[in-house]
Ligand binder design. Sequence first.
Ligand SMILES: [Zn+2]
Length: 442
Amino acid sequence: MNPAVLAQDHYWLRRAHCPVTLLPSGFTANRQGLAEVDLAIAQGRIERIQPTGAALPTTVPQLDLDGRMVLPCFVDSHTHLDKGHIWERSPNSDGTFAGALRATRKDIARFWQSEDVYRRMEFGLCCSEAHGTRAVRTHIDCTHGQYQISLPVAAQLREEWRDRLTLQIVSLLPVTEFLTPEGAAIADHIAQLGAILGGVAYSHPDLDAALDALFNLAKSRGIEQLDFHVDESGDPNAMALRSVAAAALRHGFTGSILCGHCCSLAVQAPGVVAQTLALVKQAGIAIVSLPMCNLFLQDRRIDHTTPRWRGVTLAHEIRQAGIPLAFASDNCRDPFYGFGDHDMLEVFRESVRIAHLDYPCGDWVETVTDIPAQTLGLGANRLEPGQGADCIIFSGRSYSELLARSQHDRWVIRGGKRCDRPLPDYRKLDDLVALGEFPDNL
Ligand SMILES: [Zn+2]
């Protein structure tokens, strides 16, 4: 294939395999839910899509994809760019959630000045862009006054990257802190930035009071997007998701709410799950699952025995309940997850394998493309005439080929043109992070 055509203002992509679930209605799917189509790209937008076979104008350049899969660019709806890539200097000494918190707290206190946060966040954005992601929502650790350093850095990057990638910013702190003046100050900063109010909701005697405080702060400051970490554990008594849904209904909240993790649903009785999901549906809450991070932290055993459960939420049941569900990256090369490359294809591939999304893959590809875009308020993210020509051409021609290899040779198209930015070299961060291992008791 000659990529020169992808520098033109007007061209046809011939013989592309696209999921029918992301196409306009009326296309015939093969057994895998893919249709073979020709797409006209003009002035940065998808101009037309038609089944392969019809005659094409000979005056317009064509690129024959020979069945390669084309997807809309990815949307990564739950990340922690501010924590990213600190593993080398602050590894998680025992792999547990508590170990992750411990190592991260020490890293924050020791290193998180503006330049450190900026360069690691930018590194993550470069990875996301190179892999074909067009929008990223990142949580920003706001505890112990860190918001005063990290929120301005995130806002600066949001502005600098405006033409390359949409960056959304969410506050991250225990929701009980919204009962304190510090929580109100953080809500003020979030409102001023036009960002998203978020926090970690967990089992606590003051949880409902804390959620009331958070919803009141959002209401009084005109914040219409909320985002919670909930129930990231295998504890069947963890019911923060239900508490958030109840609070949203109690406050008549009409904005958007995204809840991440929801692992404990997987260890609760079916009747309990049904009641919670009914409330979540009624409250209009969307859920994002972070399977790679869950695999890493959940059921981690310090005696080096084998984990017994995978830690992921009830993906199938959530979708069957009519609740929008996305999959996302979560942490990347930090004490909460020692691996990752901000690659949403890896997230999708692992989600398919971990949650058995492959009988058939069907419309699950929406969970990393259209659904997170809609959940983040970015509008539709599909392959339809009128949509921006922001898409990825993979070498794989079927889900089997797509998900079997890394697809590192993919071509990213942004605004109708090939975006050929390489992955950043790890050496760029050597002066920040290659400091050797520090003892855990620093
Ligand atoms: Zn998270």
